[in-house]
Design a protein around this ligand. Structure first.
Ligand code: NAD
Length: 352
């Protein structure tokens, strides 16, 4: 299929294909838009069925990064790269070196970082061949937690700030005594629970594995609930921190929370679910806005003149950005996910 006719093609600036037989690398880089700055987006290695499936992913994800960077007040554009192959069985150091050369060949138009199937150790190999590798120089940290390059602490802090501002806007109260249901006690979900506990929220937590749930029950006084119950639990706030598309045609009618604010990517199964949430009076924090703490962290890691405080202040802007979205949604009666998209487009299009 031609790239220009591809259904996910949306005026992408640059789409590059790379083949290195010796290193066994087949990869694609897509740069969606660089009006606000060079494109940033992770490198994903996945067992794509064919190159069209890989193209589909890289076009879609690179566009998403443009919107995310714009709403995070970053001087960055959106890009993404994908490697076709099984990260467990086919990845080699030679392949990562070749990927570094591929990233270098775009001359700084695109910076890569971690994504599914790619670890910091892989990025370090790429960085021997390219200056445009991000997320390998962890510098900043929260609450005494040692920085190791993992952006989850920053993502969790951003979700916490965003959830708090959503509760202020939607429920007109602080977090004290607010009942929050968290779906997923992984890297982000557990840290979010810690922040919420500190502010006096009452926690209900679910995971398909017991470790995180048990820890939250004993350390944070959380109540364990089953993965089947969490979406329809009688809580004030629902925080999806596990998978995408959990707010869908099947789950929406049973949701009792008045606010949805969590870390998961692509929480709504379709954009039109946003209108249903609006009709039901449920305040939805657009996922790519509230979960931008990690990308803000990566941006600050590369800035020579940044600091813990500067990064923290930048992440805290997520709270005011969400309030701007909610205010405009109330004024225009448009779903919050649609408002976020329009605001992002205004930001990156006007800078052309
Ligand atoms: P993670 O893999 O550490 O945690 C996800 C948790 O969800 C796991 O503990 C898993 O067992 C659990 N889970 C899976 N299916 C479930 C189900 N049906 N019900 C309940 N729990 C279930 O991932 P993470 O890094 O914490 O990220 C969480 C979400 O946030 C993901 O959607 C991720 O894409 C998104 N996100 C993460 C970051 C980051 O910095 N880590 C940044 C942006 C977005």
């Amino acid at each position: 299929m031609s790239v220009f006719q591809h259904p996910e093609f949306d005026s992408h600036e640059h789409v590059a294909f790379y083949n290195d037989d010796k290193a066994g690398l087949q990869a694609i880089i897509a740069v969606h838009n660089t009006n606000l700055g060079p494109a940033l987006g992770g490198c994903r290695m996945w067992t794509y069925a064919d190159s069209n499936e890989a193209l589909n992913d890289v076009l879609r994800l690179s566009k998403g990064m443009t919107y995310k960077a714009a709403m995070a007040n970053l001087a960055l554009g959106g890009g993404k790269s994908v490697i076709i192959g099984n990260p467990r069985t086919q990845k080699t150091p030679e392949m990562m070196s070749a990927m570094g050369e591929f990233v270098a060949s775009l001359g700084g138009k695109y910076f890569t970082a971690e994504d599914s199937g790619i670890a910091v150790s892989d990025l370090k190999i790429m960085s021997q061949h390219s200056d445009y590798i991000a997320g390998i120089h962890a510098k900043y940290h929260y609450a005494g937690e040692q920085a190791d390059g993992n952006p989850a602490p920053s993502t969790a802090y951003g979700v916490f700030v965003g959830l708090k501002s959503s509760v202020e806007f939607g429920l007109n109260q602080s977090l004290k005594g607010v009942r929050v249901g968290i779906q997923g006690m992984g890297h982000v979900g557990y840290r979010l629970a810690e922040h919420l506990h500190r502010e006096g929220a009452e926690l209900f937590v679910a995971d398909i594995f017991p470790e995180g749930v048990d820890k939250a029950v004993s350390n944070l006084g959380a109540t364990a609930v089953s993965p089947e119950e969490i979406m329809s639990l009688d809580v004030d706030v629902l925080a999806p921190c596990a998978l995408g598309a959990t707010v869908n045609e099947q789950s929406i009618d049973a949701i009792k929370a008045k606010v949805i604010a969590g870390a998961a990517n692509n929480q709504l199964s379709t954009e039109s679910i946003g209108e249903k949430l609006l009709e039901r009076g449920i305040l939805y924090a657009p996922d790519y806005v509230i979960n931008a703490g990690g990308v803000i962290d990566i941006f600050h890691q590369r800035m020579e003149t940044s600091s813990n405080d500067a990064m923290r202040a930048h992440i805290e802007e997520i709270g005011s950005t969400l309030k701007d979205i909610y205010t405009r949604s109330t004024q225009t009666k448009q779903a919050t996910n649609r408002v976020a998209n329009v605001m992002a487009e205004e930001r990156f299009s006007n800078k052309a």
